[in-house]
Every structure is written in structure tokens, then in C-alpha cells.
Design a protein around this ligand. Sequence first.
Ligand SMILES: *Cc1c(COP(=O)(O)O)cnc(C)c1O
Length: 360
Amino acid sequence: MSRVYNFSAGPAVLPEEVLKEAADEMLDYQGTGMSVMEMSHRSKAFDNIIKEAEKDIRELMNIPDNYKVLFLQGGASQQFAAVPMNLMKNKKAAYIITGQWAKKAYQEAQIYGEAVAVASSADKTFSYIPDCSDLDIPEDADYVYICENNTIYGTKYKTLPDTKGKTLVADVSSCFLSEPVDVTKYGVIYGGVQKNVGPAGVVIAIIREDLITDDVLPGTPTMLKWKTQADADSLYNTPPCYGIYICGKVFKWIKKMGGLEAMKAHNEKKAAILYNFLDESKLFKGTVRPEDRSLMNVPFITGDKDLDAKFVKEAKAAGFENLKGHRSVGGMRASIYNAMPIEGVEALVAFMKKFEEENA
Ligand SMILES: *Cc1c(COP(=O)(O)O)cnc(C)c1O
């Protein structure tokens, strides 16, 4: 068996320990004589799994009691619709456009009401986070929406926007559990887990209780009404059982690593290795304004498309997978989520140095 260094933006690398444990439990989960994939979601064993997972994420993120934690399906993209359906009482919301995922959420919201783009970084290919300290937020906006870490462009908010008292809704798909967060600053935090937390198929939504009501837009499907899921403790229908089980294992792994403070230190150390090299390299350049750089997704270019392609090809042959940039940006992107070991980043930088020498 040989494992590559996987720099995929998502689905992405998971902790090896977690995968091994899951493999050990595949045929017989803790004496039940069956796999977690095979058991009823109403069974005692699964009830323990989901309750334990919720307890652990609450502890990791220090989630206050007046927030619900929901384990949902439909991907982050389905919440692009669920957010306005559940929150647009005045049929108006403010969106900050920092990339494709924010833009998709904004476009989806327009189906349900008036989505107002209050800031954007489209003018420079989303290579920075706009100044959000004094935005023109409509008086009657139901919420302010952000994509906190922009997976494709490699930017991250270092300061949350001043929402002028409005509810903040954040898509955190690609920075989930990468560093500590103050949950009380948000009304809704949600993300697909396949970037940093678990396998595709689970979305975790952390929602302040007063935002979970029966007062949703007419026509909202039962399944997209947060209250349906909250009232049933995420078991209104069959949840993504196996995915939740793996997320639970990842939560335990993060706890063992020292929690979110330790995760942040680990991620900063890894990111610094790569960014420091990019800043001194004569061949490779980072594409993001330095103060807005993501700890998770690191896009870079050589400035020559053919050389970029050559790099991606040779990197793959050397065991560095999925370094090709998103089709809308080109170049390269290294996603260095929680489970990417520091050795992976060091080895990548050593490979980049060698490539630079050979192609000077
Ligand atoms: C990947 C990603 C999405 C889309 O997630 P799906 O689960 O495929 O719908 C949305 N937002 C962000 C920030 C992402 O990185």
C-alpha cells in the first residue's frame, strides 16, 4: 500500500488514523456484528454515534446551548436555497461576493427575494477580501451572507464584516474546524464536510435557535425547513449515517490533537512554509493579496500556462496529487487542510525548489 500526498480541494485528505479505525470497524462495529453502513438509524448504536458526534463538535467549537447542530444532506449548495427560505421574512438580504460559491448563493437567493450585492472582489478575480467595515446594508435586510474561506481563490476573512446588527450567515465549508471561532458572532454557520471534516454527503449547520421557526417562505419543502430537522434531532428521515460516523471520528482526532487552538497553530505552520517559499521564489507566485491569504487553500502560478501544466504533471508523477488549480483560475492550488501532515507541505516545497532550479 502506498499513500500519496493529496492536495485536493474536496473531497479531500482525511486523517490516516481515522481511516484505519474505520477499516478495523468495517465488518463489526463494536460488537454489533454489522457495519455502521448496515445499521438502522434508529438503533441504539447509531443513536450513540450521532449524540457523541454532536457533543464533541459542541465541545470543539464551544457552541452555546442556544444553537442547534444539524447534520443534513444536499451539500453546501442546497443551503444556498435553504438560507433564504428560512430567513427571508422581509424578502431581502445582503450578499458579499468573494468568489464562485458566494456568487452561486447570491444567485440562488434571487429566486426567493431581493439579494443585494453589498461588496465584491470580482474586479480583481476575487484575489482579495473587500473592506467590510462600513457596508451599505439595507435597513430591512434579513441577514448578511458571506463565504468565509474561498476555496477556489484562496482568500479568507480575517475580520468578520460589520453587519450593522443584522444576522450573519457564513458558509465555512473549506475552513470548518481549522481554527477557533466565536459562534456567538453568527446566526448560521454551515458547511459541507468533504473539505475538512469528513466524507461527502454531510452538511453541518449550526443555527441560533431563534432563527429556527415555522415562519418560512411559502412553498418551502418540509426537508428544507430547518425546524423539521431541529425538532427531529437530525433524524426526520434517514441521515447520512456513515458520513456522520466518520465526522465523529474526525472530531475525536482533533480533540486528541489539542482542539482548535492546536489545529490553528498546526495550520499556520504549514501555510507559512508554503507562503514563505512563494514569497521568495523567482518562478512561483501566490495569487492572493497577502493579508487575505487562506490557511487552507493556496493558489499559485508560474505565469506560463505550459510551465504550470508541466509542473502539475511532474508533481503527480512524484506523488503529489490534485495540484491543478480550479478551471476558473488556472495555475496550481494546494489545499492543505487539517489532515495534511507538515511533511506533505515540506516535501511539496522541496519538489517546487527542485522544479524551479531545473526550469530556471
Ligand atoms: C465545495 C464548496 C461548496 C459546495 O459544496 P457542495 O457540498 O458540493 O454543494 C460550497 N461552498 C464552499 C465554500 C465550498 O468550498
